[in-house]
Design a protein around this ligand. Sequence first.
Ligand SMILES: CC(C)(COP(=O)(O)OP(=O)(O)OC[C@H]1O[C@@H](n2cnc3c(N)ncnc32)[C@H](O)[C@@H]1OP(=O)(O)O)[C@@H](O)C(=O)NCCC(=O)NCCS
Length: 155
Amino acid sequence: MSRHVARIVALAVLVAVAGTGTSGAQTMPPSLGVLVDQVLALFPKVDGEVIGQADLHGIDHFNRRCELGIEIGREYWGKGFGQDTVRTLVEYAFEHLNMNRVGLQVLAEDPRAVGAYRKAGFVEEGRIRQHAWVRGRYEDELVMSVLREEWTPRT
Ligand SMILES: CC(C)(COP(=O)(O)OP(=O)(O)OC[C@H]1O[C@@H](n2cnc3c(N)ncnc32)[C@H](O)[C@@H]1OP(=O)(O)O)[C@@H](O)C(=O)NCCC(=O)NCCS
């Protein structure tokens, strides 16, 4: 499947799930201790089958920033679907949500993910030491982002 077909399929299944910022938080039991923020989820499909999930979360319209997360099924890795899905979400963040910054955190020792994000336009900003407990040990995470001013839309 071409990149563009995957993109169209992905765009066709954009689903907006929502809390409503502070008003959502007010309805939650205090014990949960988290804000319900706005999430925009995307489920890329190939031949009608969902091959993964991705989202924009922490959507903050005042500071015009959000965070991106993604997971593509292993059998579909390395075929460009990750790129296509990430770029689709970033494009949506800038063009439709009027965001200024899309950020993410990724395990520093995950060259596949870090490389895929770099290729999609994300820049490394810093390292959070021992930020994640993974497979029985603490691992560092990288903070990466793409800014509106450096984003090159697809032609
Ligand atoms: C990370 C992930 C989304 C990437 O998706 P993908 O579809 O496999 O990636 P793509 O095929 O679109 O992109 C491939 C690019 O990634 C980069 N890449 C892949 N493997 C790499 C490696 N070992 N080292 C460096 N860069 C690598 C390259 O730039 C590559 O482009 P190229 O083939 O032209 O060289 C996917 O592997 C995944 O879902 N992994 C599990 C979940 C995960 O790690 N999510 C991120 C958590 S923050």
